[in-house]
Design a protein around this ligand. Structure first.
Ligand SMILES: C[S@@+](CC[C@H](N)C(=O)[O-])C[C@H]1O[C@@H](n2cnc3c(N)ncnc32)[C@H](O)[C@@H]1O
Length: 507
């Protein structure tokens, strides 16, 4: 497969693996509403924040939407084309790698972009997500009016590049049918099944049984289907359809047969299309108005309209699903996800995490009525926890940093052993069982003073307790500070002992 090359590619491709795991430290004073609702607003560089989320949320996110900086010339005082493009690719590549790992098997990622980097992004995403998982490039008609000051063309659209984690497992939710679409269905013969429209009874596909003559209700004989075409159904099936009043012969009963299709029988919605008009999903001015209404003194520069995010989240997630935006900006994705009953994680490194996202989400929780609120019947509720990035979990030599709590190390041990996110309560040394192996962690006095060294040393008594408490008789991997059992005794007991901190993989 062709791949894109740039100045720092080699290092950038490996960058995600080298990012240290850091702690996410709660800032309770900045929590909003019901902090236990499960939503997270994180202030910090998303490279670190995404890595910090991995041990807990790997494979758990249903929909990722990101709106990274587009890398327009205006962003730089001294624009060096080659350098700036490389920097942008260096920025996006490792983040996409981490986002891929966070995405659920039936999840999708949506990236807003324009022509500055859009085509480079496509090639990089082909590499990271697999070309076969490319779904589409949505074109968002974002401008309400023409920009006559444009040097060449007035740019009317952005793209939203969409990939599934696994295109075989992902399906879009359909959109609601529009009134205009429904109005095409009429009921000229007062059929008790309600309004209908008619479709061709003939098609180009070869059908051996589809070439018979047909007699119309008024007695005219049609010798066969139109030249080069075949009736869609056999003569026997046509008789059944006639008996069920599913054939339309035209007002005078003398036309070629057509098949009636009832509105009540068409499937629920309409398949999403690739061009999104601003009349349906909002435009840049609408987005501006929304953020001005929320904060008129310090207006965020590049927001997306709530209706655009509503469309994305409608297609790509269901109530209760986890949605992630790691370039949160003014907080649009989180606000819309919240109003639509999705769980969300938003990451923003700028000060506006606190000055814009937080106030916006607090207003949403209080029942703010802008954006999509009326359309979804939003009346308020819910909440989130505010986090900042803390110290690395492991130091440069891979040693566990002082002060790391049991819950943190438990998640890292579990994740590094199983590759799965840790969802346990971390209130016992028994972390869980994965693929026929139980994992235990003796650390930081999790067992209090009931055992040697506050419970960090594996003894025969402690092993018996772990067996009894877990009820698990199969193989066990136990992390601890020290082990008092010999190799033969461990082998006999089906236990692999790993020593903290040395055997805990830091990457
Ligand atoms: C185009 S804005 C997103 C706008 C957003 N969609 C909205 O509706 O408000 C991009 C945001 O990404 C943030 N950002 C850029 N690099 C980042 C990084 N490495 N980590 C976290 N946030 C970052 C910027 O501070 C900016 O707020």
């Amino acid at each position: 497969m062709p791949i894109l090359d740039w100045m720092t590619r080699e290092a950038d491709v490996r960058a995600a693996a080298g990012v240290p795991y850091r702690l996410l430290e709660g800032v309770p004073a900045l929590d909003g509403g019901d902090a236990a609702a499960g939503n997270m607003l994180i202030q910090g560089d998303n490279l670190d924040a995404l890595k910090a989320l991995l041990p807990y949320y790997k494979g758990a996110v249903k929909c990722i939407y990101i709106d990274p900086p587009y890398n327009t010339r205006s962003a730089f005082d001294h624009y060096d084309d080659n350098l700036e493009h490389s920097q942008w690719l260096a920025m996006i590549y490792p983040r996409l790698v981490l986002l891929r790992d966070l995405l659920a098997e039936n999840g999708s990622i949506w990236v807003s972009i324009d022509d500055n980097e859009g085509h480079y992004l496509k090639v990089v995403m082909d590499e990271v997500f697999g070309r076969r998982n490319f779904i589409t490039n949505v074109i968002w008609h974002k401008m309400f009016s023409v920009k006559n000051s444009a040097q060449y063309f007035s740019e009317d659209h952005d793209y939203i590049t969409v990939y599934a984690k696994n295109a075989d497992a992902w399906r879009p939710n359909e959109l609601a049918r529009s009134e205009k679409q429904d109005s095409m269905y009429k009921n000229p013969d007062n059929d008790p099944r309600g309004p209908w429209t008619s479709g061709d009874f003939s098609a180009r596909n070869f059908y051996g049984a589809g070439t018979y003559p047909v007699t119309t209700p008024s007695g005219r004989v049609i010798p066969g289907p139109p030249p080069g075409m075949y009736w869609r159904f056999s003569a026997t099936k046509l008789e059944e359809l006639k008996a069920d009043n599913r054939i339309w012969w035209g007002k005078d009963g003398n036309g070629v047969p057509r098949l009636k299709r009832f509105l009540s029988e068409v499937k629920g919605g309409r398949v999403p299309q690739t061009i999104w008009q601003h009349a349906d999903v909002g435009h840049t001015q609408e987005a501006k108005k929304e953020v001005v209404a929320l904060n008129s003194e310090d207006v965020f520069g590049t927001p997306k309209p709530e209706r655009l995010m509503q469309r994305v989240l409608h297609i790509a997630s269901n109530p209760g699903d986890l949605v992630l935006d790691s370039f949160l900006g003014s907080g649009t994705t989180a606000a819309v996800a919240h109003k639509m009953g999705r769980r969300w994680i938003g990451i923003e490194m700028g000060d506006h995490a606190e000055t814009h996202c937080k106030p916006r989400l607090d207003k949403v929780i209080a029942g703010e009525q802008g954006g999509i609120s009326e359309a979804v019947g939003w009346t308020g509720g819910g909440g989130y926890r505010f986090y900042r990035l803390g110290a690395p979990v492991f130091d440069a030599d891979g040693h566990i940093t002082d002060g790391i709590r049991f819950t943190t190390l438990a998640a890292h041990v579990w994740f590094s052993e199983t590759g799965a996110p840790f969802t346990g309560a971390a209130d016992t040394p028994i972390l869980g069982v994965h693929d026929g192996m139980a994992y235990c962690l003796l650390y930081n006095g999790i067992l209090g003073d009931r055992s040697v060294s506050g419970g960090n040393v594996l003894t025969a008594a402690l092993l018996a307790k772990l067996r009894a408490d877990s009820g698990w008789v199969g193989p066990m991997t136990i992390y601890g500070e020290w082990c008092k059992l010999g190799a033969a005794r461990l082998a006999e007991a089906g236990v692999t002992f790993k020593q903290t901190p040395y055997d805990v993989r830091a990457r």
